[in-house]
Design a protein around this ligand. Structure first.
Ligand code: SGN
Ligand code: CA
Length: 514
């Protein structure tokens, strides 16, 4: 259903100079694109979506002055594959980057390349995570691999440089510098601003240490899930209780070297601490040392230990989010002050969702809601304000941006432009189901390969490879997906329809095992 239009987004023609000094003749400039993406940012921790955990006024502002997508999903819930889906507008089996161990074929078609050819200045700054060097960008300055929170290395158009400071601040500084001085101001721009935060190991900026200490976060209702009827969920290795490392993840690297862990991550945890400068370490220690002392004295075990870990996890993760939100505020302020806000579409999203203790987990990968969904807020000047509830997926971003820029959408792109939704239109034939496919198994966190289909109410999943297991959920009755209804007599017809639908999608998307 790609809309192969040549439509060019025109600003309303203003009779006089606009707020930022453009004359009428200049107002037919194409809209700039600022695509901000964090890594592992759950929609649960954006206050525009969920008020339980944190206030994120700057991210919310994008949604308040624009649109908030309430049914936004990924195609494959893991970083590299998600990024490849977004760049190409194609499912993983088509873009070839099916799991994080692959190397992205940078020779293939991507939307930044098409925009560049159409006269856009293109740039990517921050986490890239596709192994091969970025292609299709006038400027790229990216973190190697996952990157580091403290004093990270960046690869600046091929040159490796270490920058002192905290990654979210630095990524923002680099983006503002490029917007201000680095680009050709005569051309429209497309900037991909990719934060590493809040990816594991959720290391807060020193100025944010302890900011939420007065809060005790509510434990999710299914924190102690026993995974009945869900064998793939039962055998994962992403449990807060069993797999979250006290030193690596929770920063309990005591100076006495008495705390030891068995996940193999202990020394990595200590090396993350050792990246810091003496001044950073001093602030870090003055916050964590009393917590470490208290932790040792309490000698926790069982559920008490699991709940202590959950609180530590939430405190760190949310402190990291606070810094992301503050830095997005800096970018929005800059756009406003420079007059760019009026002619720039601003997107905020994450490479996938994340578990905040639901099912007892951290991480992502599963097609269950918390990791299949991803936040999506878009502020488009002149565009729709309020909720957009249609099913959208990250393969849709590429065709949307292309249509916005007046570039025709190549036939082989599998996503659909949701520009009409952003313009407040209700297309008569919008999709009614989504296809999902996760491949990284065997692998870290031990989530089995699976694919499936989701409609507005139901979900069918098939775990395969060394397992052959189907799951069916009625999310209207069971939003937490605890009750696998596969082969339940009352759902016989729905099950048959979902089987038909997943088959139809696999044919439509030409699915094969790469
Ligand atoms: C790292 C993390 C995992 C995480 C993957 C993928 N382990 O390998 O916990 O699932 O990244 O994340 S770590 O020990 O290196 O921290 S992704 O978002 O980049 O796909
Ligand atoms: Ca991620």
């Amino acid at each position: 259903m790609n809309m192969k239009t040549q439509w060019v987004y025109l600003l309303p023609l203003l009779p006089f100079a606009s707020a930022y000094g453009q004359t009428a003749g200049e107002t037919d400039k194409k809209m700039n694109i600022l695509y901000i993406m964090s890594d592992d940012h759950s929609y649960q921790t954006i206050s525009a979506y969920d008020q339980r955990y944190i206030q994120t006024p700057n991210i919310d502002r994008i949604g308040k002055e624009g649109a908030i997508f309430t049914n936004s999903f990924v195609a494959n819930s893991i970083s590299g594959p998600s990024r490849a889906c977004m760049l190409t507008g194609k499912h993983s089996h088509k873009n070839g980057f099916i799991d994080n161990r692959h190397t992205f074929d940078g020779d293939q078609q991507t939307y930044p390349k098409l925009l560049k050819a159409a006269g856009y200045q293109t740039a990517v700054i921050g986490k890239w995570h596709l192994t091969s060097d970025p292609t299709g960008f006038d400027y790229w300055n990216v973190l190697p691999g996952q990157g580091d929170y403290y004093n990270p290395f960046f690869i600046d158009n091929g040159e490796r440089k270490q920058i002192e400071g905290y990654v979210t601040n630095i990524t923002t500084d680099l983006a503002l510098k490029w917007l201000e001085n680095g680009r050709n101001q005569e051309q429209p721009f497309c900037l991909l601003l990719h934060h590493k935060a809040p990816h594991r190991t959720w290391m807060p900026d020193t100025c944010d240490l302890g900011i939420f200490d007065a809060i005790t976060y509510p434990l999710p209702g299914n924190f102690y899930d026993t995974y009945e009827g869900r064998p793939a969920a039962a055998q994962q290795e992403m449990s807060i209780m069993n797999d979250m490392d006290l030193i690596y993840d929770l920063k309990m690297a005591d100076k006495e070297n008495e705390i030891h862990t068995s996940t193999g991550l202990e020394s990595f945890g200590r090396s993350l601490y050792n990246r810091m400068t003496p001044a950073q370490k001093e602030k870090w220690d003055s916050y964590y040392n009393p917590i470490i002392r208290d932790f040792k004295e309490r000698n926790l075990s069982g559920k008490e230990l699991a709940e202590w870990k959950y609180q530590r996890y939430m405190h760190d993760y949310l402190s990291v989010i606070h810094s992301v939100d503050r830095n997005i505020g800096r970018v929005l302020d800059y756009l406003e002050e420079s007059g760019l806000l009026e002619n720039t579409i601003i997107v905020y999203t994450s490479d996938q969702g994340f578990y905040m203790g639901e099912h007892g987990w951290f991480d992502k990968r599963f097609m269950y809601e918390e990791s299949f969904r991803t936040p999506l807020l878009i502020r488009m000047p002149g565009g729709k304000k309020g909720e957009i509830s249609e099913l959208v997926q990250n393969i849709d971003y590429a065709p949307t941006f292309l249509e916005l820029a007046g570039v025709s959408i190549p036939e082989d792109i599998q996503g659909e432009s949701f520009l009409p939704l952003l313009k407040g239109q209700k297309p008569s034939a919008w999709r009614s189901s989504l296809y999902y496919h996760f491949y990284e198994y065997p692998g870290e966190h031990a989530v089995k390969k699976h694919y499936g289909v989701r409609t507005d109410r139901y979900k069918l999943m098939h775990f395969y490879d060394d397992i052959d297991w189907w799951e069916l959920y009625d999310m209207e009755k069971d939003a937490s997906e605890m009750n696998n209804l596969y082969n339940h007599p009352a759902y016989k017809e729905i099950q048959a329809e979902l089987h038909k639908e997943v088959k139809r999608l696999r044919i439509q998307y030409n699915v094969y095992e790469p």
